[in-house]
Design a protein around this ligand. Structure first.
Ligand code: SF4
Length: 501
């Protein structure tokens, strides 16, 4: 089995991860990083390459390192993937050379496998039934065991990703005589961890979610046509192309989209809902729907709950742009303390890969977030953020607000303390780098130099979902991992719990 390499020209060296949350674009992010966005479309007679481009454009927040699209025209797969943002990787002339009746797209932030173009997706693999393209969001916890098994079957790995291992597992099953459907199901049963997949084959398009549904995947219809379907990580990927949200792919479900329409297969033995709660708190776009409401609305409720739990006297409430803003508005609504913007985000700074000069660093010029001095001067400020991972950015933010004239700075966090790393596709630090794993709330408050610090309770976070609290993964707050993590992998990140693992 061989991995199909892109033939397109290279656009090298734009692979620095774009830091959306530090004050300077060159600094490491102080947030957990999202893993990937996936997109698929089955729409004969439509410009599927262009529709996929826009779908990926809407999912850009889920990964900024590389982007790729594979289109199927019946006989050939047309593949283009490169390092960089969706808008850097594709242009009109590239898209025009990608005909097809269906397409698979991917935008990537690396979690397993380094940030190199060879690891960009979709992964395209040849089989006895033809080539197929696979896009994966999530992270397997048994990658090593799966790769070792596949290596024994002479699989010729080109990448270091778990996604290629899934693709080779499908190819192996197909080459052993199974059809696309059975082959994909056989392969999925060998995979443990988080995987939302979009797979394009010569016979049709597949969407698959792991038995816990840790990463999201939704289905849409295009133009009321029963034979045109769209798959996307989030509903914002449907909205941008005018597709209607139909439903989620269920945990442990495979949907198979062909000329005959859409068919559903529940392939997992004991599926359960364990959607990543961080998708709702921070990762997914606020205009995306989960549980039939926008995440903006959920985040407002988080803010209201936060105000109930940790009100303090202040003159204004503000959010850390952009993801802290809905919770800040909710906090203001519940507390009656006026909401105001105190920091303005420079929206385009992340699009430069040029490092700031030393003089700019030293003079503390705020490239990403600029304070509004006249709004902040003389005010007791409550600043709401969605999470604190390492604490480095929070400290700089607090300093910025004080320098702009805030007399008191109270920080409120719309999630509980992050004490454990993620093994399911979110790039968190090792446990010893998570500030809340080693310090109490009081100690963190001292370190980031706030007048007071409070986090939302775990119960409050789940209560605000309005759903069954057991239907979420919240392991980074509790250490209660819904899919068992093999010991060596666990030891590699759970630095503080070596004795117990
Ligand atoms: S461990 Fe945390 S970030 Fe990872 S899937 Fe669970 S809730 Fe999401």
């Amino acid at each position: 089995m061989d991995f199909y390499q892109p033939t397109s020209g290279s656009m090298q060296d734009v692979s620095h991860s774009m830091d959306m949350r530090s004050l300077h674009p060159s600094e490491p992010s102080d947030k957990q990083e999202e893993a990937c966005g996936v997109f698929g479309i089955y729409a004969p007679a439509e410009d599927v390459a262009k529709l996929t481009y826009f779908g990926l454009y809407a999912l850009q927040h889920r990964g900024q390192e590389s982007a790729g699209i594979a289109t199927f025209d019946g006989t050939t797969i047309h593949l283009h993937k490169e390092m960089g943002l969706v808008s850097q990787v594709f242009n009109e002339s590239i898209l025009q050379q990608m005909p097809g009746r269906m397409a698979v797209g991917h935008t990537r932030y690396s979690t397993t496998g380094s940030s190199r173009v060879v690891n960009a997706q979709p992964a395209v693999v040849e089989t006895r039934l033809g080539s197929f393209a696979l896009a994966h969001n999530g992270n397997l916890v048994n990658t090593k065991a799966l790769r070792d098994e596949l290596l024994q079957r002479q699989c010729n790995f080109n990448t270091t990703t778990d996604s290629e291992a899934i693709a080779f597992a499908i190819a192996e099953a197909v080459n052993d005589g199974e059809d696309w459907l059975d082959g994909a199901i056989t392969a999925c049963k060998r995979c443990h961890g988080a995987f939302s997949l979009v797979v394009g084959t010569p016979a049709g398009l597949m969407g698959v979610r792991d038995p816990n549904g840790i990463r999201p995947l939704v289905i849409g219809t295009l133009g009321n046509n029963p034979h045109r379907y769209v798959l996307a990580s989030e509903t914002c990927g449907l909205d941008i192309i005018g597709a209607e949200y139909l439903r989620d792919v269920e945990p442990g479900e495979l949907v198979w989209i062909t000329e005959a329409g859409i068919a559903s297969y529940h392939w997992a033995q004991e599926p359960q809902r364990k959607l990543c709660i961080f998708e709702m708190i921070y990762f997914a776009r606020p205009d995306s729907l989960m549980h039939n409401e926008s995440l903006y609305t959920y985040r407002l409720r988080l803010g209201r709950q936060l105000a109930k739990e940790s009100l303090v006297a202040a003159d204004m409430v503000m959010g850390v742009p952009d993801s802290g803003i809905p919770a800040a508005i909710g906090f203001s609504q519940a507390s009656g303390i006026p909401y105001a913007e105190g920091l303005i985000k420079n929206r385009y700074v992340g699009r430069t890969f040029i490092q700031p000069t030393q003089m700019m660093r030293e003079s503390g010029i705020k490239m990403k977030l600029n304070p509004l001095r006249d709004v902040l001067a003389g005010k007791r400020v409550i600043i709401v953020d969605d999470s604190i991972v390492r604490g480095t950015t929070s400290r700089k933010l607090v300093k910025t607000l004080r320098e702009a004239g805030a007399t008191e700075v109270h920080m409120r966090i719309s999630s509980p303390p992050v004490t454990h790393p993620c093994f399911y596709g979110i790039d968190t630090d090792n446990q010893d780098q998570l500030i809340a794993a080693t310090k109490s709330v009081e100690e963190i408050g001292k370190q980031i130099e706030v007048d007071s610090l409070a986090y939302l309770s775990w119960e409050g976070m789940l209560l605000a979902t309005g759903e069954d609290p057991n239907s979420f993964c919240s392991a980074c707050f509790t250490g209660d991992y819904p899919v068992a993590v093999p010991e060596p992998l666990k030891r590699s990140k759970l630095m503080l719990e070596k004795s117990s693992v």
